[in-house]
Write a protein of this length. Structure first.
Length: 143
């Protein structure tokens, strides 16, 4: 009986010690498994792109282009997870930031809907290049 109590007590101590070390380690792991900027931009991109892709509806991008540009800017200016903290990803994010802002400005100036739709497809492809850097080229991620 004493050996059993000693065993259970030992397990509890090991559990307490291992849990007390985790916050810093968990932060590092979260840094490698989550990219909040990607997720936030992705939500907005999906909401404006899928109506265009699925039914030719350009109204969402015409109404929300500034929001998409703002999301791209926040993403490009945020710290990068170590996994993608490199010049290539920084360049792609800068292109996305500039491209979405240019599209928003063109829409404000009254660009034609077909021009806006074509440009959104290009920006969507650029987004996928960045997404591939995060998930890996072998994975296919549909919106």
């Amino acid at each position: 009986m004493n050996k059993f109590i000693l065993f259970v007590f030992s397990l509890c101590i090991v559990g307490i010690i291992s849990c007390s070390k985790k916050p810093a380690e968990n932060a590092a792991v979260a840094d490698q498994t989550e990219w909040p900027g990607l997720d936030s931009f992705h939500m907005t991109m999906a909401e404006v792109f899928h109506p265009l892709k699925d039914s030719g509806d350009v109204r969402p991008i015409m109404a929300r282009a500034t929001e998409l540009a703002d999301e791209a800017e926040k993403w490009a200016n945020a710290p990068l997870p170590e996994k993608v903290n490199n010049d290539e990803v920084k360049q792609l994010l800068a292109e996305l930031k500039t491209g979405t802002r240019d599209l928003a400005n063109q829409i404000k100036e009254g660009t034609e809907e077909d021009v806006a739709g074509t440009r959104l497809y290009e920006l969507h492809d650029l987004f996928h290049k960045i997404q591939e850097k995060w998930y890996g080229k072998s994975e296919h991620h549909e919106h």
